[in-house]
Design a binder for this molecule. Structure first.
Ligand code: ADP
Ligand code: MG
Length: 401
């Protein structure tokens, strides 16, 4: 068995009638009318919030949204989150126009046991991303206890992740615990065969984790735009596909390391290609894995998907991060959706299937298959860094159990 999470649980804190500051991940997407378009992250926080409400704590929520660069900016206000959160909790949620200072303190002073208050975007203060201890202390001054539940933010050393626990008795929230337990199981003790499916835009984002995966997995499939840099490293023609020339040498090293370790590192054997991305009706499938000049790869091809399906079926543990193509355009989403369908079947047959990464999770959700997966991680970067073996600052800051 994987070692259990050794961080102190928030359930061990005597929170009755106390003020509890909870760091949540409400970095949610909005539609063009300004409504929350995917509330998974709000839902993810509900078990922790409901527990605290039932315990009659005063629940003070802090979070970040987007990249306002240390300045107040109405475009990045958390206020539009109040209504959907209140609907999910079936109770009023108050809002404070600032996350520190007198506005925050006044709002907290009006709270009764069981009340919920959401504070304005932490990143309206530059001190948050600067990991400023003084800012951590100001946040801490609002409460008696701190609960870390923002799994999607714990890989960042920011004031609200790293600098609050030194000032308050703290614990890991329910979502954080769940995320870490699933990922720990995959990392330390995966039921084999263990397969990882990687995709997405950039090799440079994920090279570190690819290096770590070839030491852990039985099979690694690389699709998406990442694949073209690896194909190029094998000396294949990739036409005008998106590649990162600076990473070809490192990709070569990874390919030879995988060969040495007898890991099957699988790249697409055919592609869906176009000359102009905006003209999906002109897309065609290649015969082999090379792409002619003037054309770019936008999805894995049908042979690649057909070869993947039985492997995904055989695997007992699968981690998936990154779409196989430009799935935002329906014409280029067949590979990504095909993987999602195959994985939902594997999960139904008992495999442990974990999906992490904003875009991959969006693809699975769009396909209506999220409910079939074993676990949907709310943190892309955090899940990759954890699996890579990097210590997460927001977890490190929490007291051990
Ligand atoms: P995740 O959020 O799941 O970690 P990434 O952010 O790494 O995934 O990558 C997602 C992006 O990768 C998507 O916007 C998708 O359009 C893009 N992408 C995937 N395949 C290709 C491709 N062949 N060419 C260009 N972009 C691609
Ligand atoms: Mg993404």
């Amino acid at each position: 068995m994987a070692a259990p999470l050794k961080k102190k649980s928030f359930k061990s804190l005597p929170v009755q009638n106390k003020r509890v500051l909870v760091r949540v991940d409400y970095n949610v997407p909005f539609d063009k009318n300004g409504n929350v378009s995917d509330d998974s992250r709000l839902r993810g926080s509900l078990p922790t919030l409901q527990y605290l409400i039932d315990q009659k704590a005063k629940v003070i929520l802090c979070a970040h949204l987007g990249r306002p660069k240390g300045q107040p900016n109405p475009k990045y206000s958390l206020k539009p989150v109040v209504k959907p959160l209140s609907d999910l909790l079936k109770r009023p949620v108050a809002f404070a126009d600032d996350c520190v200072g007198s506005k925050a303190a006044d709002a907290v002073s009006k709270m009764k046991p069981g009340d919920v208050l959401l504070l304005e975007n932490l990143r309206f203060h530059a001190e948050e991303e600067k990991n400023d201890p003084e800012f951590g202390k100001q946040l801490a001054s609002l409460a008696d206890y701190f609960v870390q539940d923002a799994f999607g933010a714990v890989h960042r050393a920011h004031a609200s992740t790293a600098q609050v626990p030194p000032f308050l008795p703290s614990g890991a929230g329910d979502l954080l615990e769940k995320e870490l337990n699933f990922l720990q199981k995959i990392k330390a003790d995966p039921v084999r065969p263990y397969m990882v499916v990687l995709g997405g835009a950039k090799v440079s984002d994920k090279l570190g984790v690819v290096k770590a995966f070839i030491k852990q997995v039985d099979t690694l499939f690389i699709g998406g735009a990442m694949a073209y840099t690896f194909l190029k490293a094998q000396g294949k023609e990739v036409g005008d596909s998106r590649i990162e020339p600076d990473f070809i040498d490192l990709s070569k090293e990874i390919l030879s390391e995988a060969a040495k370790r007898k890991i099957s590192l699988i790249l697409p054997q055919d592609h869906l290609i176009v000359q102009d991305i905006e003209k999906p009706e002109t897309a065609k499938t290649t015969d082999g894995d090379t792409i002619p000049a003037g054309w770019k790869g936008v999805d894995i091809g049908p042979k690649t998907l057909a070869a993947l399906q039985p492997m995904l079926k055989k695997a007992k543990t699968v981690f998936w991060n990154g779409p196989a193509g430009i799935f935002e355009m329906p014409a280029y989403s067949k590979g990504t959706n095909g993987i999602a369908v195959a994985l939902s079947q594997s999960a139904k047959e008992g495999a442990m299937v974990v999906v992490g990464g904003g875009d991959s999770v969006a693809a699975v959700t769009q396909a209506g298959l999220a409910k079939d997966m074993t676990f949907i991680s709310t943190g892309g970067g955090a899940s990759l860094e954890f699996l890579e073996g990097i210590e997460l600052p927001g977890v490190k800051a929490l007291p051990d159990a």
